[in-house]
Design a binder for this molecule. Structure first.
Ligand SMILES: Nc1ncnc2c1ncn2[C@@H]1O[C@H](COP(=O)(O)OP(=O)(O)OP(=O)(O)O)[C@@H](O)[C@H]1O
Length: 273
């Protein structure tokens, strides 16, 4: 079955961050994704919706190079994924239930582990790395939890730690896989306020899998921009935003801390600690 979508209309001169060209994927001859064509443009916010088994996680795994499509080509930042090496430009916030609560690491260690990238080489942590870590911990208002075991935190606190981990490399693209599943409504609201703020104020592109239709519709509009099989893509393009993005990590994190601490710009970050 032919599946074809195009979300790039009206996105101005910005470049593609993710290009999916004719992607097909099957598990043991069982097709999950067929002929998927889709582009995520710089500073878009894409909400990916689909029923259970629609192929959302499979698609994220392909984009992160963990699964190879049977057909088609994936490009990241304009480079074919087979030659892409800049994985530090991509921050990933996993599903809460993908995390083993017995994992023996402190919050600080989890956040610092975001620096190591996918090659798993443990390089020496520099003074600058520690400063970035402290900035990320402060930005997400979890500095007071830095020495606690990650498994002893609440779900909302853990998600903040994983967001800090994803932010430590100053990513250009943030991929979030149902980041608030299993978290209470108030904490979810605070989390979405924060990522919406980051999208509005900073030069970050978002791809988020979510079942939270209320959040998706209120931020990205009532109708999906495109559909492919059971996958629906809701998109807010950069031209719908104020054009005042900051790119520098220090500014970004200081900006976030400012939001967290002062509640300015009308944003209330209602995390439950
Ligand atoms: N490793 C695997 N081997 C075989 N089939 C798989 C594998 N992983 C997923 N599938 C199947 O592929 C389909 C898509 O799975 P996927 O996890 O991508 O869906 P999803 O949209 O993320 O679902 P959910 O909302 O339930 O997380 C499902 O039918 C699933 O059973």
């Amino acid at each position: 079955m032919e599946q074809s979508i195009d979300s790039s209309a009206g996105s101005g001169c910005h470049r593609d961050i993710i290009s999916l060209d004719g992607i097909g994927f099957s598990y043991e001859q069982q097709p999950v994704i067929s002929n998927l064509n889709f582009s995520v443009m710089e500073r878009d916010f894409v909400g990916l919706i689909g029923s259970n088994g629609a192929g959302k996680t499979t698609l994220l795994k392909m984009i992160m190079g963990l699964l190879k499509p049977d057909k088609g080509e994936i490009r990241l930042f304009g480079t074919p994924i087979s030659r892409f090496r800049d994985w530090h430009r991509i921050g990933y916030v996993p599903q809460k239930n993908a995390f083993n609560p017995l994992f023996p690491a402190t919050v600080r260690e989890v956040v610092l582990s975001g620096l190591y990238g996918r090659n798993k080489l443990l390089r020496k942590v520099t003074k600058d790395d520690h400063q970035r870590c402290e900035d990320a911990l402060h930005a997400l208002a979890i500095a007071n939890l830095a020495d606690k075991q990650i498994g002893r935190l609440s779900g909302g606190q853990q998600q903040r730690a994983f967001l800090a981990r994803a932010l430590i490399n100053n990513p250009s693209l943030l991929i979030l896989d149902e980041p608030t599943v299993g978290i209470d409504a108030e904490t979810q609201e605070g989390f979405f306020h924060l990522i919406k703020h980051m999208h509005n104020r900073h030069n970050i592109t978002f791809l988020m899998v979510s079942h939270d239709m209320e959040m998706i519709r209120s931020y990205l509009g009532e109708e999906p921009k495109t559909e492919s099989g059971k996958l629906k893509f809701y998109v807010k393009h950069s031209h719908e935003l104020e054009d005042c993005a900051e790119t520098d990590l220090t500014h970004s994190l200081k900006g976030l801390r400012h939001v967290m601490e002062s509640g300015k710009e009308g944003i209330h970050v209602g995390f439950v600690s």
